[in-house]
Design a protein around this ligand. Sequence first.
Ligand code: FAD
Length: 116
Amino acid sequence: KLPKDCPADSETLGRHTWTFLHTMAAYYSDTPTTTQQTMMLSFLRTFSYVYPCWYCAEHLRDEMLRKPPRVENRNVLSRWMCEMHNGVNQRLGKKIFDCSKVDERWRDGPKDGRCD
Ligand code: FAD
């Protein structure tokens, strides 16, 4: 692991970016307005062009063509993000995450209260 004051490598960048993306989805509205949905779609499309790991961004754009973002509400966006992340996990040979636990991981915390 690199010291904290080094520029991010693609692993560190990925870890922090997933934190941002899943947290953004976890706090998206349950009833977004049309404008909020349009802004989220526009953000995700732009993100897939500017993410500063070019091969990651290219894969993401391919995946987004196959599986367009779902922005109708918090639940479907969180699930979609989880599935995108699992696509990368699968490609990298990492463990597949159980998407039914996405709120527990990124919004509510575990039931035993250790994160409260
Ligand atoms: P990460 O995969 O970063 O996950 C962080 C935490 O998220 C985990 O500890 C777990 O608690 C949770 N988590 C895991 N899976 C899910 C899920 N499905 N849903 C919700 N939470 C979950 N790296 C490459 O080498 N090649 C690529 O093509 C590539 N593409 C990427 C595309 C994007 C959009 C991003 C953001 C990152 C990409 N990365 C890519 C980086 C890669 O996904 C990892 O972030 C990096 O390898 C570090 O992995 P990690 O084991 O620390 O955990």
